[in-house]
Design a protein around this ligand. Sequence first.
Ligand code: YH5
Length: 284
Amino acid sequence: MYATMQPVLRCGKRHLDLNHAHVMGILNVTPDSFSDGGHYTQIDTAVRRAQSMCALGASIIDIGGESTRPGAAPVSAQQELDRVAPLVEIISRECDVIVSVDTSTPAVIRESARLGAGLINDVRALQREGALDAAAATHLPVCLMHMRGEPQTMQDEPFYTDIAAEVISFWQERIRACEQVGISAERIVLDPGFGFAKNTQHNYELFQRLPELLSVQRPLLVGVSRKSMIGNVLHKPVEQRLSGSLALAVMALERGAKILRVHDVAETMDVLNIFNAVCSAAKE
Ligand code: YH5
């Protein structure tokens, strides 16, 4: 018997059809977020941006209130909650979209679920004190991302002997931890964590080896949009990394990724729609 993936991910009131790939639009609400320059700290502007990403075809909006840039100021749970909660509430009510919350904080996990979030996206893979129990109580799916250490120190000479094998064994340990608190494997999405505790060579090798990561039999989320791995090859600043991001989007889809976490929703939807047209084309 083959182990087959169930075709839908139940995300609270909404669901994600895993028979095809999806775009997750990034909504940063950190005042120091590099990409949005802090312009979207205003709730109204952020809601409009979410509505626009939704209209352009995003299936998921990922709301983040903590900057994971090395050197970024730490935020308290209350600050993070103040930034994220109003947006989770308004966007999940007003947009036909799954609201994802990019958080490691137990209080934010619990409150976001209560306000209508459909997915918990944690770059720390629920390793913070209390995060596993908080996520279990929401009954929502969780995205477990691979990282080593903390964002502050993760880029201090990362070393891997077999990066794909090491990402897989990290995921397997976190899947076991989830299962022990009642988060079943069917609720889990996995992410290799591009740019987190990996140098450029590591990121490209891991990207090339994405098909090996499918052996875990869970949907893969890939977040490479505008990241340094693109800048380091093209020698271009962050605002000139769209073509590089789209090139990686095509290759992630070909390697089996189910969710693309991106800043540029319109352009990535073009990529996804062309990819689907090729995939579904039959000889006449
Ligand atoms: C991710 O990969 N990333 S926050 C640096 C950049 C561009 C973008 C210098 N949260 C991920 O988006 N959650 C973040 O260029 C994430 N996967 C998941 N699941 C960092 C970010 C970024 C950083």
